[in-house]
Design a protein around this ligand. Structure first.
Ligand SMILES: NC(=O)c1ccc[n+]([C@@H]2O[C@H](COP(=O)([O-])OP(=O)(O)OC[C@H]3O[C@@H](n4cnc5c(N)ncnc54)[C@H](OP(=O)(O)O)[C@@H]3O)[C@@H](O)[C@H]2O)c1
Length: 327
């Protein structure tokens, strides 16, 4: 494993490959999630040198945090634990955004309980909530920092303007956003419109501020592993069935680019998975690449991408394909 440090989080060494824990546990919304296997996957991650774990209360409606808390027992001090706040749900599991003072404080107390810890190394504001003034959210964050319940703050899915405005109120260490070889300046995530353009706006902003950029869905929800075709479909029990980019003509367009990238990986003697992850790891603004994984073999494979160094020639070939297929 390799590790990086960032000016905006100077005392923490972050593994270049992280573990995105959305799919942990039986209730995650991803098919095939099994609690015992999820715990084994976390333990394999630790064995491979992965030290950055990203979760959220809303993942599996508390299930991901509960499982991660169990799995990390005895390992808490050797990991960087990141969770999120501001996505609440009702009895029908209808999710709403809420970054009010009470919601932020309540979320953190719940996360600490489920994760069986007295502090989060990083608390991220999951999605912007335009109904609440940033100052109100910042008041909760300042208190949590002063109480030692959180050690650093990050934003996720915020517009550039809102990130800058929040940064004037609270020091920000990280930005988490959608980014992978096929989604470089995406305009939507599932059916949610995105208020930022990753490569165009957010990466330069992270470089300027020394923040670590955490790319989510780094494998385009598994598509960049090269295992799928334009005819692949996802069952109703698979969260990917709710992503309009993974069906119909949009999916066919993405798969066509994927097919153009495959020979570059073959020529470089590496898998598509490793090429997609190494491409992210080699970018200076990019911090832990938070890969999702269901099984120990998947996280082990992802962790091994940290040792892959793409040559200048391979990077140029990738760039040519991306340029030809601006999307
Ligand atoms: N901030 C946000 O709003 C936000 C939004 C989305 C995600 N996230 C974070 O980002 C993390 C990762 O994103 P993601 O789970 O959407 O997508 P991802 O990491 O791009 O894809 C994960 C999926 O790819 C497949 N996979 C992973 N490694 C593999 C390997 N080595 N070989 C073959 N298949 C492999 C697995 O699915 P199958 O085995 O089922 O194919 C896995 O569940 C999440 O867990 C979460 O922490 C954050």
């Amino acid at each position: 494993m390799r590790y990086k440090s960032f000016a905006a989080m100077p005392h923490t060494r972050l593994s270049v490959i992280g573990f995105g824990c959305w799919a942990l546990g039986e209730k995650s919304g991803w098919r095939d999630s099994d609690d015992a296997e999820s715990i084994a996957t976390v333990h394999k991650a630790l064995e491979c040198g992965v030290t950055f774990f990203d979760t959220a209360p809303v993942y599996g409606f508390n299930g991901s945090e509960t499982l991660l808390g169990k799995a990390l027992k005895g390992h808490r001090d050797s990991v960087t634990l990141a969770s999120k706040c501001g996505m609440l749900w009702d009895e029908n599991r209808t999710i709403r955004r809420d970054l009010s003072y009470a919601a932020v404080r309540g979320d953190v107390e719940g996360s600490l309980r489920r994760l069986q810890t007295d502090h989060l190394d990083l608390l991220q504001l999951h999605w912007p909530d335009h109904a609440v003034p940033l100052e109100e959210t910042a008041r909760a964050l300042h208190e949590l920092l002063a109480e030692g319940k959180i050690r650093a703050v990050g934003v996720s899915n915020f517009s550039l303007a809102d990130s800058r405005a929040m940064q004037r109120l609270v020091p920000l260490s990280t930005y988490q956003g959608l980014y992978n070889l096929l989604e470089r300046n995406p305009e939507s995530y599932h059916n949610i419109e995105l208020e930022y353009r990753t490569e165009r706006e957010i990466l330069p902003y992270c470089l300027e501020t020394g923040m670590a950029f955490l790319p989510y869905s780094p494998l385009f929800q598994g598509i960049l592993t090269g295992r799928f075709t334009a005819h692949s479909t996802f069952g109703a029990d698979d969260v990917r069935s709710a992503n309009p980019n993974l069906a119909g003509t949009a999916f066919a367009r993405y798969m066509a680019v994927c097919e153009q990238l495959k020979p570059i990986a073959v020529e470089a003697g590496i898998s598509m998975t490793h090429m997609a992850l190494a491409w992210l790891c080699q970018q200076p603004a990019v911090g832990p690449v938070i890969c999702g994984a269901h099984r120990p073999d998947q996280i082990a494979d992802n962790a091994a991408a940290a040792d892959v160094l793409l040559s200048a020639e391979t990077l140029t070939k990738i760039q040519e394909v991306l340029k030809k297929n601006a999307m």
